[in-house]
Design a binder for this molecule. Structure first.
Ligand code: SAM
Ligand code: SF4
Length: 330
């Protein structure tokens, strides 16, 4: 086993697999109202190809955590089967999903039975109007039902990811935290990143981690959690003395690139060594041209070696990647 090491000494053990670039919501910070030019069906990896590449990662490259994402991974028809096949490859690998939870109420039990360990659900507000403003869909009840189903199916601890937008929901952080605490969900706020398809992100107007902490502190007593953060991107804080916590993922204002252990595989079989990478390595073409598992593992290692030291968002020469978040896999 030769791991995915880069020239700065980091080892990637956490694989994010995008299963589709399509989505049934239209979050304003992610994509335009009309959606995007979706990936042609032939470009997308088949279920067997996805499982084969995950197998290469787990069996030859030391990957220990697999997270399914997208786009919206629940719209991928073969999802339950893919989970089952990955579980049969390796009983110990941690398997989770990042989802908007639409339809999770129907599939949570099947996913848990197939071997999924945990669910992370994206929810930016618990107010119906605000939800509709952000996602451009009136589906808050489905998300709430999906969260409850995930918990009931044993896909916990359920984590909730939230993005705050200035003038839209930035005054709702304490309310969202109270709602999550009541239900035992672990809330993490994510700073908005320059990964939207419309290129509308603006450093000056994004809501920063400091602002989020100050807003939460007006209602809750926060103290830094003593556990070391390691490669986990969220800085954790005990709420009102604990044991409950809230997390802040300050990708922009307090980057954690030095501890990054992630690698990404897009739905069309491209390895990306960073969310913000400007180049990719095409495993789909290699695979469809007859590459062996050893060849694929070698290509993957080479792709990882070139990972940049940091994302460079604050660098004047920073260029947003061509692919938006929904086509990379967040
Ligand atoms: N559709 C699924 C979902 O929303 O959970 C999975 C894919 S989505 C791209 C993954 C995560 O990225 C979500 O938590 C979403 O809020 C977050 N996200 C999307 N665009 C973002 C951006 N520009 N900055 C920060 N987070 C973003
Ligand atoms: Fe869809 Fe997730 Fe993007 Fe929202 S953040 S539009 S749910 S992919």
């Amino acid at each position: 086993m030769q791991p995915l090491i880069d020239q700065h000494g980091r080892i990637a053990t956490d694989l994010r697999v995008s299963l589709t670039d399509r989505c049934n919501l239209r979050c304003t910070y992610c994509m335009p109202p009309e959606g995007l030019d979706w990936m042609p069906a032939d470009d997308q990896l088949t279920d067997d190809e996805v499982v084969r590449l995950i197998g290469v990662a787990v069996e030859r490259l030391g990957v220990r955590e697999v997270r399914f994402t997208g786009g919206e991974p629940l719209v991928r028809r073969g999802l339950v089967d893919i989970v089952r096949q990955v579980r049969s490859l390796d009983a110990g690998v941690e398997m989770s999903i990042t989802t908007n939870a639409l339809g999770l109420a129907r599939t949570a039990h099947a996913l848990a039975a197939a071997g999924l360990d945990r669910a992370n659900v994206s929810l930016d507000t618990v107010r119906r109007r605000t939800f509709e403003t952000i996602t451009r869909r009136d589906r808050l009840d489905d998300v709430i039902a999906g969260l409850a189903a995930a918990e009931a199916a044993g896909l916990g601890p359920v984590k909730v990811n939230a993005v705050l937008l200035r003038g839209v929901n930035d005054d709702q952080a304490p309310e969202l935290l109270a709602w999550c605490l009541e239900r035992g969900y672990q809330l993490r706020f994510i700073e908005q990143m320059p990964l939207d398809a419309q290129h509308g992100w603006d450093r000056a107007s994004m809501v920063t981690a400091d602002e989020i902490l100050s807003s939460l502190s007006s209602v809750f007593r926060l103290s830094p959690a003593s556990e070391p953060r390691g490669s986990a991107p969220a800085e954790l804080f005990h709420v009102d003395g604990g044991p409950a916590t809230v997390g802040i993922i300050a990708s922009v204002t307090r980057p954690f690139c030095g501890d990054c252990d992630r690698v990404r595989l897009t739905a069309d079989g491209q390895v990306r060594n960073c969310l913000f990478a400007r180049s990719e390595s095409d495993l789909r073409l290699a695979m469809r041209s007859g590459a062996t598992d050893d060849d694929l593992a070698d290509r993957w290692r080479v792709a990882m070696w070139g990972k940049a030291a940091g994302h460079g968002i604050d660098d004047p020469t920073f260029l947003q990647p061509d692919r938006p978040m929904s086509a990379i896999g967040g």
